[in-house]
Design a protein around this ligand. Structure first.
Ligand code: SF4
Length: 375
């Protein structure tokens, strides 16, 4: 059996929210609480859930930007959980992060060329004499004209900045890229282009992605498997097709039923969650979803369900009894025109190029049809 690229086992991270006068912790927030999953090379795991469910903390733990409270992280079979900062060098190079906001993630004082040369020098990826050429290659790789290397971030649109951020992440030739809501700050018309670029790069370079998103329509098109998080725990995990065709956990059903896809007039039953999100300092006992779950019974208030089943696993006491959920994959004819355009944007052209992925984007005075289309 091949070793997965990444194995996460029982990972937890607790933050101290309050201390006594003597400095002892008196209140903890369990931001990530017993999370396990594996990710194979070249695959994408999407992590979805509401704000504050712990998905961003999970990603920072995986990258060892935060220290876990307990649990294990293995990268290519090697335990990296307790490595010192000095020993983390290879992981830092092999696992990179793309931030949500391309406006604040680039240093405004550095040109694009300097931004891309920085990680090349830090990790000694290529000799100094080759850095200029490597910067040009990276810009071409993400569909930008190499001549833009002399420009500053403020001279670019949001989509172009995100391409630069992707090029910076790829400079060190990583095997895993964690994408923290990489398109949510972008205009809707640009999202498909950046997503197509990520998919093209995955195909060409064999990258694995952990893709954090609250936008399930985006996740549907990019993920191989999906983990649904609630209150620091994975409540359902499975292959993309399986989870969208047959969501089992009531929380997944509520999240997925909220995707605004049908045409006006085409009705889909929407699950509306009752109640407020519980206080993170005082999560409810038993199943943490029970205060909002329409199917909760007395057992749910006292006994925490385990994540059971493979390859499609669910943490719910009543998973076998619940009525089957309607498939949440919209039929062709039920798609709204705007969704149809988005889906078409994801389709590959007959010449094998992505609809936006690796076409070259030129800027400023370098005119061209693709420059007008792609931002
Ligand atoms: Fe709802 Fe109970 Fe299942 Fe939790 S365990 S999701 S409360 S039915």
């Amino acid at each position: 059996m091949t070793t997965p690229l990444l194995e996460v086992d029982g990972l937890t991270r607790h933050f101290v929210a309050r201390r006594s006068l003597l400095g002892h912790p008196t209140a903890l927030v369990k931001a990530v609480d017993g999370v396990s999953f594996t990710l194979a090379a070249g695959k994408t795991l999407a992590v979805v859930g509401e704000s504050g469910c712990g998905k961003s903390t999970l990603c920072r733990l995986v990258l060892r930007l935060l220290d876990p409270t307990s649990g294990r992280i293995r990268f290519e079979g090697r335990d990296v959980t307790a490595l010192s900062e000095r020993e983390l060098g290879p992981l830092r190079r092999n696992a990179q992060l793309i931030f949500q906001d391309p406006y604040s993630s680039l240093n405004p004082r550095l040109t694009v060329g300097q931004t891309l040369a920085e990680p090349l020098a830090l990790h000694d990826v290529v000799p100094r004499s080759r850095r200029g050429a490597r910067v040009a290659e990276l810009l071409e790789l993400v569909g930008l004209d190499p001549r833009v290397a002399r420009r500053y971030p403020h001279e670019f649109s949001g989509g172009q900045r995100q391409r630069i951020a992707i090029a910076r992440a790829l400079a060190v030739e990583p095997k895993l890229v964690v994408c923290d809501e990489p398109v949510s700050a972008l205009d809707v018309s640009i999202r498909a282009q950046v997503l197509n670029l990520l998919r093209d790069l995955q195909r060409r370079l064999g990258l694995a992605y952990i893709f954090i998103s609250h936008d399930l329509a985006v996740v549907r098109h990019i993920a191989d498997s999906i983990a649904v998080m609630n209150f620091g725990q994975i409540v359902e995990i499975g292959a993309n097709e399986s989870l969208f065709a047959n969501p089992r956990h009531p929380y997944s059903r509520a999240l997925l039923s909220a995707i605004p896809v049908p045409k006006p007039g085409v009705k889909r039953e929407r699950t509306v969650l009752r109640g407020e999100m519980p206080n993170a300092l005082h999560p409810p006992p038993g199943c943490r979803f029970h205060t909002r779950c329409p199917f909760a019974i007395a057992r749910c208030e006292s006994e925490q369900p385990e994540l059971i089943g493979a390859p499609h696993a669910t943490a719910c006491h009543r998973v076998e009894e619940l009525p089957p959920a309607a498939s949440l994959i919209p039929r062709e004819g039920d798609r709204a025109p705007s969704l149809e355009r988005l889906v078409n944007a994801f389709r590959r052209r007959p010449d094998g190029q992505g609809s936006a992925g690796l076409d070259k984007v030129q800027t400023g005075g370098v005119a061209g049809a693709s420059a007008a289309r792609l931002q």
